[in-house]
Design a protein around this ligand. Structure first.
Ligand code: SF4
Length: 231
């Protein structure tokens, strides 16, 4: 992993930019790097002009010790509302669990102005733009990793990273400069990655919970372990 210690604000977005790298934590609203996703984004803007329909920024405390990495914005969730995991089923389970373990405070009401705040915690996504059928292509995951790397590098206190699903796990490993074979994905697994611990969980999607691949108890157990380790 590249060690970069100083940051400054990007004049266009106000987001931190890593000194000397050009890397930014937040893509431009019209980020063109993935032509397929940019075209999909434009089509969705035309169809649903009231929706957010842009790369979704991270949410939460940049000084937090916990970073949660999801897959990508859901069409009716973050892509619509502009806040990660907000407005679809995955957010119901995630935010309820964060509130239960003290990583959030307030009341989650599935909208970005509900006043919910994260405590010692931030949420980001492996891919910032909504992909068709929730399936980003490998090249798109690779291109968007630069924003995940910048996000991690600009969180000086982060110690724990929860990867929601295999794609989040694999891209986080690469962001940390590690080979996927060294730390295979498995629900409940914990991998030491330098100063970080990487915790694996199945993604909290409706499909995974409906099929009982992931139960709320299984999901809570990951956060209980993170909480215990951080405390
Ligand atoms: S997924 Fe990421 S890299 Fe690709 S267009 Fe969106 S913001 Fe840019």
């Amino acid at each position: 992993m590249t060690t970069i210690s100083t940051t400054r604000k990007d004049p266009a977005t106000g987001e931190p930019r890593l000194a000397g790298t050009g890397l930014r934590t937040q893509p431009d609203r019209n980020c063109p790097l993935c032509p397929r996703l940019a075209a999909f984004r434009e089509a969705t803007r035309t169809r649903e002009p009231e929706w957010f329909n842009s790369p979704v920024p991270s949410f939460g405390d940049p000084d937090g010790r916990l970073l949660i990495v999801g897959l990508a914005p859901g069409m009716q969730g973050a892509n619509r509302t502009g806040r990660p995991f907000t407005g679809d089923y995955a957010g119901d389970l995630l935010y309820a669990t964060l509130l239960e373990y003290g990583f959030a405070k307030g009341v989650y009401q599935a909208r970005p102005d509900d006043g919910l705040t994260l405590v010692d915690c931030r949420i980001s996504n492996a891919v910032r733009c909504v992909p068709p059928q929730n399936k980003p292509l490998p090249a798109e995951i690779n291109l968007c990793r630069q924003f995940l790397i910048a996000t991690i590098e600009t969180m000086p206190s982060v110690r724990a990273i929860i990867a929601l699903g295999r794609i989040a796990h694999d891209t986080t490993l690469k962001a940390l400069g590690l080979r996927a074979a060294a730390a295979p994905f498995s629900h409940g697994a914990v991998h030491q990655a330098g100063r970080f611990k990487l915790y694996d969980s199945y993604h909290c999607s409706r499909y995974n919970t409906n099929t009982r691949v992931l139960t709320p108890e299984m999901f809570r157990s990951v956060f209980a372990r993170v909480k215990a380790d951080l405390d």
